[in-house]
Design a protein around this ligand. Structure first.
Ligand code: NDP
Length: 298
């Protein structure tokens, strides 16, 4: 049976480290890391994400600001708010919660965020730095960065020569994940909806990352014996066994089958999910260190 990778425990360690380093920064330089989260509209899932980011920021000892804007906010108004945050020295990280209402060009908003405050890592400058391997000055998107930490917990820092298959090629998970694995000297294959014979490809992976958004798509016999399986997927499915109208969360991997073959595997929930928010805190701290002219903390 596989080792179950406890994302909650690792995320908590990350948060404790961020807290400690925040205290050191405040004591040494009187600088408090500041995170601004902007939400437009009333998407219930986004509201839950935003409030948990705010709570975690406070727990880390950050200056935490939330801008809650009505759904009818114009693109120009949102651009103006981002400009204000870019210019605010008390803010080191800016996050605009996606999705935005359809009348707002999300791409334009992301590119309006100053790259040095883009703690989500979605600005072209940060995407380019990750793509060219300039990891020391990039902001890496939080979900793949958190997934990478989990992989290193299991495999150690030296991933040289391992075969990695990333299923999914989105800009926020699949592609940055593949770039991180490449930077770590893995031999990386990116799979997507047009990939032929995905089960056979998946079986070649020492590290298999699933970021698809399809419940339990990756079956146990797609997993190479001993592989490290990172399940990024979060899918809500009906759970009639829990009662009428009830639901539960599952990943993109058929966990019960896959854990029999894998060497290590992340559960859903409790795997990658908690890492995403922890890495957002870590990125904000790094931004504050950089703004103070200090070396990036490790
Ligand atoms: P996207 O929908 O943007 O991308 C999904 C990718 O999966 C696409 O590249 C798509 O291929 C590929 N895909 C779809 N169907 C298949 C298939 N049958 N076979 C192979 N590949 C397929 O999703 P995201 O990357 O945003 O998210 C992926 C999952 O991760 C979701 O469940 C999401 O909820 C979760 N997630 C979790 C986070 C966390 O904090 N743990 C954070 C972000 C996302 P193609 O490009 O060809 O269409």
């Amino acid at each position: 049976m596989a080792e179950i990778i406890d994302g909650r425990a690792v995320a908590d360690e990350v948060v404790q480290t961020v807290k400690r380093l925040t205290g050191e920064l405040v004591d040494a330089r009187a600088i408090t890391p500041g995170l601004a989260v902007v939400i437009v509209g009333e998407d219930p899932a986004s509201q839950v994400y935003v409030s948990s980011k705010g709570r975690k920021a406070k727990e880390c000892g950050f200056h935490s600001v939330q801008h809650t804007l009505p759904a009818e906010t114009s693109e120009e108004q949102l651009v103006a708010i981002v400009h204000d945050l870019n210019a605010d020295p008390a803010i080191h990280g800016i996050l605009v919660q996606l999705p935005l209402p359809a009348h707002i060009d999300a791409g334009r908003i992301i590119q309006t965020i100053a790259p040095e405050k883009d703690v989500d890592g979605f600005h072209y400058i940060n995407v380019g730095k990750l793509g060219t391997g300039e990891l020391d000055t990039a902001f890496v998107p939080c979900t793949p960065a958190g997934s990478m930490l989990l992989i290193e917990r299991v495999r150690g820092k030296d991933l040289s020569g391992l075969s990695a298959v990333v299923v999914g090629r989105s800009n926020i998970v699949g592609k940055p994940m593949a770039n991180l694995l490449l930077a770590a000297n893995c031999t990386v294959t990116i799979a997507h909806s047009r990939t032929k014979d995905l089960p056979a490809l998946a079986r070649t992976a020492d590290i298999l990352v699933a970021a698809v958004g399809r419940p339990e798509m990756i079956k146990g016999d797609w997993v190479k014996p001993g592989a490290t399986v990172i399940d990024v997927g979060i899918n809500r499915i009906a759970a009639p066994e829990k009662g009428e109208g009830k639901s539960r969360l599952v990943g993109d991997v058929a966990f019960a089958e896959a854990e029999k073959a894998a060497g290590a595997i992340t559960p859903v929930p409790g795997g990658v999910g908690p890492m995403t928010i922890a890495l957002l805190m870590a990125n904000t701290l790094v931004s504050a260190y950089r703004a103070a002219g200090l070396k990036r903390p490790t």
